[in-house]
Design a protein around this ligand. Structure first.
Ligand code: GDP
Length: 193
């Protein structure tokens, strides 16, 4: 697993803190509590890589993890947390908007969604940003262990149909390690590992 070499390198709190835009990176987005940290930990096979159960809305930085020289995973701030002050939310919307529209290093977007609540407003926004600039996107329907096989399959079909060509979709569970190899393959391909 080439992602197992991931190590935390730094956090960008503002656009001017982003590393030089001459590498390859795959961004991970998701609503607060969707299971993004757990997914990153499962993909890298590192328990404490992305901290689970941080205070939502407080860790509003882009966290960079290097998996190979000039190849990074980027953990974007979780969105949709109601208690984040409006002003802060606006500032971050703008940050993410500019990041998606200007970042040349960005090779792909992974959107982590709770399989029980897929395709909420900001998920679709992220996917639109990616599609708008021709960036490949992949959705993880995580916490699949919370549903039976039949329900997992139904949701997968529904989400696939709704997204059409905009993104690929798979069933996932960071906790029960469902679909981990499939997701690793996508990310590794985008990073050319
Ligand atoms: P984040 O805010 O998106 O980074 O979400 P976390 O990874 O911190 O997970 C939020 C909560 O969901 C935690 O209580 C996790 O234990 C739980 N969780 C995350 N992934 C899974 C999963 O695949 N299955 C189950 N059952 N629970 C999960």
């Amino acid at each position: 697993n080439p992602l197992a070499r991931a190590k935390y390198t730094f956090s960008a709190h503002a656009l001017k803190q982003l590393p030089p835009d001459d590498a390859r990176e795959v961004a991970f987005a998701g609503r607060s509590n969707a299971g993004k940290s757990t997914s990153l930990n499962a993909l890298t096979n590192q328990h404490g890589l992305a901290r689970v159960s941080k205070t939502p809305g407080r860790t509003q930085a882009l966290n960079y993890f290097e998996v190979a020289p000039n190849k990074h995973l980027v953990d974007l701030p979780g969105y949709g947390y109601a208690k984040v002050p409006e002003e802060m939310r606006e500032r971050w919307k703008e940050f993410i908007n500019v990041y998606f529209h200007t970042r040349q290093s960005l090779a792909g977007l992974v959107v982590v969604m709770d399989i029980r609540h897929p395709l909420r407003e900001y998920d679709l926004q992220m996917l639109d940003y990616a599609f708008g600039r021709g960036l490949p996107a992949h959705c993880l329907l995580t916490k699949a262990d919370k549903l039976g096989r039949g329900e997992q399959g139904n949701t997968l079909l529904k989400v696939r149909k709704e997204l059409g060509e905009r993104a690929s979709v798979q069933v996932f569970s960071g906790e029960s390690k469902i679909g981990v190899d499939e997701a690793r393959a996508v990310v590794s391909r985008w990073l050319e590992l």
